[in-house]
Ligand binder design. Structure first.
Ligand SMILES: [Zn+2]
Length: 121
């Protein structure tokens, strides 16, 4: 005698595969290091400030931005491929120290010293 499946309590949430959908408003960018597409939330934005690369933590700085995974591999790849000057349209020797610090330090907490909370506007 067989008991019918008793797993009525199991609710499988059907994951709607969003991978194949190309919503126009889906925030996806290409990492300049590994060239893979990822959600904006998984990447951080790099901009040029005074001839140096800077991490745009709020993703609000004007101008061109390059997107990168927060990992040393992608940063190394990006530097090796000269992806930053290309993506940012800045042929200068871009100092990537700030980006390196950002990657090495992991995700810094929001209480970075010396950063007034958006009072400069
Ligand atoms: Zn990457």
């Amino acid at each position: 005698m067989k008991v019918e499946a008793l797993d009525s309590g199991v609710v499988r949430s059907p994951r709607r595969a969003a991978e194949h959908q190309t919503h126009r408003d889906s925030p996806v960018r290409t990492c300049v290091g590994c060239r893979q597409r990822a959600l904006i939330g998984e990447l951080f934005r790099v901009v040029v400030v005074d001839g140096r690369l800077a991490v745009d933590e709020r993703r609000r700085l004007p101008g061109r931005g390059a997107w990168l995974h927060p990992g040393p591999e992608c940063l190394t790849k990006a530097e090796r491929r000269r992806a930053f000057p290309r993506a940012l349209r800045d042929p200068g020797a871009l100092d990537a120290q700030a980006v390196r610090d950002h990657v090495a330090g992991g995700a810094p907490s929001e209480t970075a010293p010396g950063h007034p909370r958006g009072r400069t506007e």
